[in-house]
Write a protein that binds this ligand. Structure first.
Ligand SMILES: Cc1ncc(COP(=O)(O)O)c(C=O)c1O
Length: 406
């Protein structure tokens, strides 16, 4: 059969991370590739307890269709939680989604037309590149430094009359770079959003996994709040398998998202919503987040210490205050991170090449390391293996390094 797939289907691509994960399931590879949370940290006894509670009480309702917006008690609880972070929301400002990924896809459905210009950080979240590419948008990207998105460059872009549809930003411990947008930059961004009527998608799955420093206010709690759409998820703080996220947005945006979600899947899994509601209502969440931070900080430290100890001096890397990722940059002209990955897999270690996080496929001199699932011992061994290959490639091409890098 000659299937006549749509142009939109032609614009879809498979996640390179899924491909790498297949590769790393072989032999004794230590993988820093997946961005998944550590399954050994899932709150299994508490999830079991609240699941039994849902099964015993009103199970028929938990197995029935629900409303598209999501289970009202859960939306009320999340609205209160958001208010605790300064985000003004009530239940009507919230749509429960099948994870944040669905939130991103639905936002694409209601906002993007082919040819629209979307601004992102560079690098940016692979899943957003994937979901919005389906809508045939054009990406304009802005580099980041230690303080996150370079807001001055954003203003230069905004002056160019491109009338971008929106800005997509990951302000805390960004996936993939681990970088956090500073308070000063957030304030500037808030002003720019107001000055240029620029809508902002603030995708923030990691902000509660903070290991150092103080919480920084969300863009969605600043002056530009009315221009912001906030995405959050339980995937990194409870479990990804329940597939539960939420969008916080002005009501007119929620109304459109609800229509798009009705067409996509009617509503998010009723059973998961009640289980997660019970989990939060029992007061388990904050204690669990504290526990996660205590555990992940050990892994983060193990990775940074091993990098410091073993990497060649030409390498650069970020030092995340939270989240799950470190971003490493090779000296220019040494080897592409794609080619480096092939050699590293032979040496028994894996990561995600930087190009996965660049809408234009550039980013070949960088790669993402995730410290979430390896043990501290595996992190040490894996970084040592990786460093072994890095020393080789740096020595193979020393003449191509600039004097400054040497
Ligand atoms: C920045 C970002 N946004 C969205 C998602 C999707 O999360 P979810 O599991 O809630 O769909 C992820 C998952 O890794 C992410 O890192």
């Amino acid at each position: 059969m000659n299937w006549r797939f749509s142009r939109q289907a032609g614009a879809l691509s498979s996640s390179i991370i899924r491909e790498i994960l297949k590769l790393t399931q072989k032999s004794d590879i230590i993988s820093f590739a997946g961005g998944v949370p550590e399954p050994r940290l899932f709150p299994i006894p508490e999830i079991t307890e609240v699941t039994i509670k849902v099964l015993k009480n009103n199970v028929a309702q938990a197995l029935q269709y629900g409303i598209t917006e999501g289970y009202l008690p859960l939306r009320e609880l999340l609205a209160e939680r958001m208010q605790g972070y300064g985000i003004k929301a009530d239940a009507d400002n919230i749509l429960i989604t099948q994870g944040s990924q669905q939130g991103l896809d639905l936002l694409g459905r209601i906002f993007f037309d082919p040819g629209d210009t979307i601004i992102t950080e560079l690098p940016t979240y692979l899943g957003f590149i994937q979901s919005s590419s389906a809508y045939q948008v054009k990406f304009r990207s802005i580099h980041m430094d230690d303080e996150g998105l370079q807001v001055d460059h954003l203003e230069e872009l905004l002056c160019q009359n491109l009338s971008p549809k929106l800005l997509y930003v990951l302000p805390n411990f960004q996936n993939p770079s681990g970088v956090t947008l500073s308070l000063e930059r957030r304030r500037q961004l808030s002003q720019l959003s107001l000055k240029y009527s620029l809508p902002i998608i603030e995708d923030d799955p990691y902000f509660e996994l903070r290991y150092d420093g103080e919480h920084i206010p969300h863009l969605s709690s600043m002056e530009c709040a009315e221009n912001c759409i906030f995405l959050n998820t339980i995937s990194k703080i409870i479990t990804p398998g329940h597939r539960l996220g939420w969008v916080v947005a002005p009501k007119e945006v929620i109304r459109r998202l609800v229509q798009a979600k009705q067409a996509a899947d009617l509503h998010t899994n009723s059973f998961s919503q009640r289980v997660i509601y019970e989990y939060c209502a029992q007061g388990y969440l904050d204690g669990h987040i504290k526990y996660l931070c205590q555990e992940y900080v050990k892994k983060r430290d193990a990775m940074l210490e091993a990098i410091e100890k073993y990497f060649p001096p030409q390498m650069r890397w970020t030092k995340p205050q939270g989240g799950l990722f470190v971003w490493a940059t090779l000296p220019e002209g040494v080897v592409s991170s794609q080619r480096l990955l092939e050699r590293c897999v032979d040496a028994g270690v894996a990561f995600v090449p930087g190009s996965a996080f660049y809408p234009d496929g550039d980013g070949n001199n960088a790669f993402r390391l995730s410290f979430s699932t390896a043990t501290e011992e595996e992190i040490e061994v894996g970084i040592k293996r990786l460093a072994g290959v890095l020393w080789e490639v740096c020595q193979e091409a020393p003449s191509r390094l600039t004097a400054a890098q040497q």
